[in-house]
Design a protein around this ligand. Sequence first.
Ligand code: ADP
Ligand code: MG
Length: 551
Amino acid sequence: MAKVTGAMLMARSLKQQGVEFMYGIVGFPVQPIAAAAQEVGIKYIGMRNEQSASYAAQAAGYLTGRPGACLTVSGPGVVHGLAGLANAQQNCWPMILIGGAAPTYQNGMGSFQEENQVQIASPFCKFAHAVEHVERIPFYVEKAVRQSIYGRPGATYLDMPDDIIQGEVEEDDVQTFATVPEPPRMAAVAENVTAALDAMESAERPLVIVGKGMAWSRAENEVRAFIERTQLPFLASPMGKGVLDDNHPLSVGAARSHALKEADVIFVMGARLNWIMHYGLPPRFKKDVRVVQLDISPEAIGDNVPTEVALVGDGKTIVGQLNTELENRQWFYPADTDWKAAIAEKAAGNAAAIQPMIDDNSTPTNYYRALKDISAWATEDAVIIGEGANTMDIGRTQLPNASPRLRLDAGTYGTMGIGMGFAIAAATVHPERPIISVSGDSAIGFSGMEIETACRHKLPIKIVVLNNGGIGQGIAEFPTDAQIPPGILTIGARYDLMMEAFGGKGFLVNDPADLAGVLEEAKAFDGPTLVNVILHPQAGRKPQQFGWLTT
Ligand code: ADP
Ligand code: MG
């Protein structure tokens, strides 16, 4: 009788369940899993830190609709991978962390890298379990995959002890399970569909907020049809960007604060009224703003503000229901309202306020001027990754997306250091697309060693570092008579030379006049590049009415 190892069974089960990408670091005891993964045709990317590997796995999950896998060694490897589990759980993105573990027969003995791994992973997971019999591996993989993508997507953890990885069972004894079908698409209660449209129709100043739940649900066609049919103004969340074109005439992105503050009825679809949406509360929102809420998770209904109409179920299906019901209605939101005029006026005012910074050609440059050239250079099919405080915040306003699931950033958890993992995932999932990662100099530092991973795998990621020499802002000169302030980094640090060190191409840009040409050179280079743009240390954001964290 033929026998199969736990490692091979794990790889086979993942492949059967549609897991196509694995990111990890090998060592004791997981090396055989990585080897088996390659054998069965899973794309394996060896990374330099499990943190980045776990970020990559969830981005692959979000982009493909099936969870990405992250493979780590025991103990510290799993601990590093927890960063990504937490981030995936907060972003509602699917991934499976597979942690190696000390052999079960040494449990409790102080064995090599022994840790209570299931216990420490559990707070960040929808499902976390140790595999205790080799023949049950397909059971656990099916369960982990299903849990990660059904309902609100999220993270799962499987613990693989050394004796399970190396253990062998007869093929005939292996338990087999069906491949998890696409998540069921639940429809909303019909009367709530009517009530939702009634609520929008009754609004004086309506606003639709489109979140990344709609991108995950692949609802772009339905959402576009809904917005164009109703003519309702909409705001995309940071990663909801692209579900509708950011340059759509009904986008209120350029008048975000005003639109949120004055709307009387908001339709929150696939987004949460958390810190990113200022909890739906004053001063960022009107007191007692009326809420129509579409979410796959019933527990989310009414979070922070009461919901007037709840549409519980799948985004694509429910917006489809709304569109069908609209066929029997005449109503649409007119073009010539005070509300649309006020939004347009505010947007024009905001655009005028930043124009001098966009036009400022002085050296060293500022964020807006640098992003002007980056925006012109980024093609519409590119995946854009953003991280860093000002770099990401200003980038959200200055780098548009035209199509869904092409924007990845620090997200719900506000995690710095996701950039390289996300870029590597995007490059592996979308080899046909340009991958552009725009990082602050602090942000790139968290996982800069993954530049080596990109070079080794010949992933042609185009990195741009907006380098102001600090966290937040930098300083013009290091003090000689005082300690280095906590947020200050090396002035003019040569991140471009890190890229050169590993075989990619690096560029240093001191004068913004050179930026457009250098970006074109980077694009033409067939491999990873890093363009290091030196910014004025005090460059900042346009003055805001509210800081990001204003409650
Ligand atoms: P954003 O950061 O874009 O505002 P969030 O991550 O805060 O987005 O919210 C996304 C929401 O989308 C979550 O509440 C999640 O439950 C919901 N969601 C996930 N999948 C679906 C789906 N298929 N249909 C509808 N809503 C979904
Ligand atoms: Mg900085």
